[in-house]
Ligand binder design. Structure first.
Ligand SMILES: Nc1nc2c(c(=O)[nH]1)N=C([C@H](O)[C@H](O)COP(=O)(O)OP(=O)(O)OP(=O)(O)O)CN2
Length: 131
């Protein structure tokens, strides 16, 4: 299996209104580092998984929909908890939606997203596209 990973960061505000989150129940800000890995079993005819520039452009488009927003007011998170785990899934599925109809996108076996909250804590979601 081959993989290509790109990284960008974005900033949001949100609250996590459940007791388990302690002080994070209140509105607070976060800067996330998003690492997105595209996986495929065989390289394309250019001997790559996906062009790095194209991959970066797709991720930037997806993150532009989140950057500088208050996720408590974001329509895609209405009634949902915007935890790091949930955000990782959202980014994986949104990136997949953007790329699925491209020639390279159809060949992807999966998209993995790791979101780093800080140097000591991160969460990941692995989207399996092989089925
Ligand atoms: N599994 C997750 N746990 C927590 C998340 C998350 O997204 N997934 N998010 C938060 C908060 O948003 C914030 O990032 C950290 O909150 P904070 O209370 O400062 O940090 P801790 O939970 O590590 O520390 P406490 O001692 O419990 O306050 C929290 N958890």
């Amino acid at each position: 299996m081959f993989s290509l990973t790109i990284r960008r960061h974005f900033m949001i505000a949100h609250s996590l209104p459940r007791e388990v989150f302690g002080p994070a129940q209140a509105l607070h800000g976060a800067t996330f580092v998003a690492e997105v890995t595209f996986r495929r079993r065989a390289l394309n005819e250019d001997a790559i998984v996906l062009d790095i520039g194209a991959a970066g452009g797709i991720l930037e488009e997806v993150l532009a929909g989140l950057n500088y927003t208050n996720l408590d007011e974001h329509p895609d998170f209405a009634g949902k908890l915007s935890t790091t785990e949930a955000l990782a899934e959202y980014i994986a599925r949104t990136v997949a939606g953007r790329i699925k109809d491209d020639a390279d996108g159809r060949e992807l076996a999966g998209i993995d997203v790791t979101l780093r909250e800080n140097p000591d804590a991160w969460a990941s979601y692995a989207l399996d596209l092989s089925a």
